[in-house]
Structure formats: structure tokens, C-alpha cells
Write a protein that binds this ligand. Structure first.
Ligand code: ZN
Length: 130
């Protein structure tokens, strides 16, 4: 699944796209692995609330400011994006029951763009337990 991002750093809610993908498979019960193919993006699960999204991005910039003397900046100038991606992780695994992602009321799945904007590839793998 391709996602076009619009900013250098942002959270994009991909829950509906993942659910649509599952709905188009024959799988009723199993697990869904959502994974990014990039080293400067992450997949996370949290609440879709604009203030919280801002807080998460602000925290990442406080913990890992850009251009803080990183070795990787000498060849690619985006070390902070890689380091943020390491902290957040590259995939999430969500149970699927009756063809529905088993998320809590306040849980959404996000692609975290950390060095955009770019076209990004997110892989969805559904493993059936039917
Ligand atoms: Zn790099």
C-alpha cells in the first residue's frame, strides 16, 4: 500500500486503509502485521487526537533534535529521522476477529513519517487462523 506523505515529520492515520485491505481478503480470524519498508518511517498505535499527535512529534524532536552532531549526517543529513524510527519501531501486529481489526476504542494505526515528504510503502500481511 502506497502512502504519500506531506510533511517532513507527521503522523498519518492508516487504520481505515488497513481495515479495507482486510475486508477485501477472505480472512475472518487471524493476525494482521502492518510494516513499513523504510528506515525513516515507523508504524505505531495510539489515539488519533491532534493535540496528542503534536505532543508526540514535539517529544521526538526534544529527545532527538535534528543535526545534533550525528555521524550519519555526514553522508545523508537525516540521522535524526533514522534514530526516531529506531525508537518507534517498524511494525505493529493487531488481532483480526470476524474480519475486523481488534483495536480499542481510542486506538488507531499510524504511519509516522520522519523524513518526508515522500511516497512510502506500507506492507500489510494477514495470517489466517480460520
Ligand atoms: Zn539516512
Amino acid at each position: 500500500m502506497q502512502i504519500q506523505t506531506g510533511k517532513r515529520i507527521e503522523l498519518i492515520d492508516i487504520t481505515k486503509k488497513v481495515q479495507k485491505y482486510i475486508s477485501e481478503t477472505e480472512v475472518q480470524n487471524g493476525i494482521c502485521v502492518i510494516s513499513t519498508k523504510h528506515t525513516t518511517t515507523s508504524i505505531i498505535v495510539n489515539e488519533n487526537e491532534s493535540g496528542l499527535a503534536s505532543d508526540i512529534l514535539t517529544l521526538l524532536d526534544k529527545l532527538i533534535p535534528a543535526h545534533a552532531g550525528y555521524a550519519h549526517d555526514r553522508i545523508d543529513n537525516n540521522a535524526d529521522a533514522h534514530l526516531k524510527a529506531v525508537m518507534l519501531g517498524s511494525s505493529e501486529t493487531i488481532p483480526v476477529i470476524a474480519s475486523i481489526l481488534l483495536l480499542g476504542t481510542w486506538q488507531s494505526i499510524f504511519l509516522a513519517e520522519l523524513d518526508g515528504p515522500r511516497t512510502r510503502e506500507v506492507t500489510i500481511t494477514v495470517v489466517s487462523n480460520d
